[in-house]
Design a protein around this ligand. Structure first.
Ligand SMILES: Cc1cc2nc3c(=O)[nH]c(=O)nc-3n(C[C@H](O)[C@H](O)[C@H](O)COP(=O)(O)OP(=O)(O)OC[C@H]3O[C@@H](n4cnc5c(N)ncnc54)[C@H](O)[C@@H]3O)c2cc1C
Length: 416
């Protein structure tokens, strides 16, 4: 008898918490530690079910520390302990067959996130993990004799070890509303400022975006903070009625939200011709005008951009859609090239926590031991998943972080 209600209490039954619970039960000698998962939500896994458009992009073919924002050395250590291949093999062992899409994203072959959630919950049940939904943890304190006491919405529970898996602030209606940060602070951790990441961006009203709603194409995004470039990336851009979305905008958003949140002057630019620079694009237009002065500008731009985008960009710099290449004055051509290679996006704001897929910021990774995910501040506490200050780009990287941290913490807590 340990004298505790449970050996290991996992607070939060999302991706990271369920993984931690499974690995905690599997670690150590039989019969192993007793494990309970407390989650404030009425049903587990809401975020898993909405992820990847309902298909759950569980990981990526190739996962590198550079796919994340945070201290890369620490991230590398955690990922190495349970990498994308280990995650894929683990899912196969849970009965979830995966397929790789062209982009490198891995999905269940069922194309249904229920397969992933069902497998995780099923394994928890088979291992005898107590799944306590409707148990929101409000208070936590360390006991003088070691261990923790948690006040939850239905009473009190004591545990020898606690795994904090409460997620971040994105999609608060799923139960991940940032409440876990207060618990971490209560136990002595610091929490850095949090900002929406992987969020669509709202552009200022008079821009042309609404007329392009639904159009998608390759673009290059550059983000600047106080005039210094803090991010540059190429990917698929989706224009919407409110502004910009799609992987390139979502991935870039955290650099804009973070800079703006820190009170810095933040700026974002879009190049419609990724990899090109001003000189090369100007030279291309000059050459085309020389070879075919009667060719229409939109037809020329339409070779490299969706025609609708070409029309809007030309209109944006005050050019008639029907203008011929040979009639393009030098100044107009140069203004057009500027717009094509570096259009100022005039971002008004991000779309907020209801649309952001993850959280930038949280408990600093330096405050945990990357070999165990054990807290350096409160003995017996482990932190996993999005509650930590580490966020990945779109493509399955955030779930990989959940599985990797869940494996490391669960295994360490289960053995301890
Ligand atoms: C729309 C959307 C789509 C996404 N798609 C993908 C994708 O395809 N691939 C990918 O890699 N990532 C995706 N993500 C990101 C991914 O879902 C998260 O990074 C991941 O779920 C984080 O896991 P977590 O376990 O740390 O936190 P969460 O999944 O947020 O789980 C935290 C859990 O803790 C519970 N909780 C919080 N506070 C308390 C408390 N005080 N007491 C008890 N319980 C509490 C919550 O109810 C919740 O169940 C997506 C996110 C969103 C919003």
């Amino acid at each position: 008898m340990s004298g505790f209600d449970v050996d290991i209490a996992v607070i939060g039954g999302g991706a990271a918490g369920l993984a931690a619970a499974i690995f905690a039960r599997q670690a150590g000698a039989h019969p192993g530690a007793s494990v309970a998962v407390l989650d404030g939500a009425a049903k587990l896994g809401a975020k898993i079910l909405v992820s990847g458009g309902g298909r759950c992009n569980v990981t990526h073919d190739v996962v590198r520390p550079e796919d994340f924002q945070g201290p890369r050395k620490l991230i590398k250590r955690v990922l190495r302990a349970f990498d994308e291949r280990a995650a894929a093999a683990w899912f196969e062992s849970l009965g979830v067959r995966l397929k790789r899409e062209e982009t490198g994203k891995l999905f269940p072959v069922s194309d249904d996130a229920h397969t992933v959630l069902g497998a995780l919950v099923g394994r928890c049940e088979a291992l005898g993990v107590r799944l306590m939904t409707g148990h929101r943890v409000r208070e936590i304190r360390r006991l003088a004799e070691g261990g923790f006491e948690m006040g939850h919405s239905r009473g009190v529970m004591t545990a020898r070890r606690v795994v904090l898996a409460t997620g971040g602030r994105s999609l608060p209606k799923t139960g991940s509303d940032g409440g876990g940060y207060a618990l971490a602070k209560r136990l002595g951790h610091t929490v850095t400022a949090t900002y929406p990441a992987l969020a669509p961006l709202v552009l200022e009203g008079p821009m042309f975006h609404a007329s392009l709603a639904g159009v998608s194409h390759e673009a290059e995004f550059l983000t600047f903070a106080e005039g210094k470039r803090v991010d540059q990336r190429v990917g698929s851009l989706l224009w919407t009625h409110f502004g910009v979305s799609g992987p390139v905008a979502m991935d870039a958003s955290r650099f804009w939200t973070t800079a703006r949140g820190e009170g810095k002057q933040a700026r974002m630019m879009c190049s419609f011709l990724p990899g090109e620079d001003f000189e090369r694009v100007e030279r291309w237009l000059i050459d085309v005008a020389t070879d075919g002065p009667r060719r229409g500008l939109i037809n020329v731009l339409g070779e490299r951009l969706p025609r609708r985008v070409a029309e809007v960009i030309a209109g944006q710099v005050g050019l008639e859609a029907g203008v011929a290449m040979g009639q393009l004055p030098r100044e107009a051509r140069r203004t057009l090239v500027h717009a094509l290679t570096g259009l100022d996006l005039r971002v008004a704001r991000d779309r907020g926590w209801n649309y952001a897929e993850v959280t930038a910021g949280g408990v600093p990774l330096e405050e945990v031991d990357p070999g165990t995910m054990g807290s350096r501040v409160a003995e017996g506490l482990y932190l996993v998943g999005e509650v930590l200050d580490c966020d990945g780009r779109i493509g399955g990287f955030n779930f990989q972080w959940a599985w990797s941290t869940g494996f490391v913490a669960g295994t360490a807590a289960g053995k301890s």
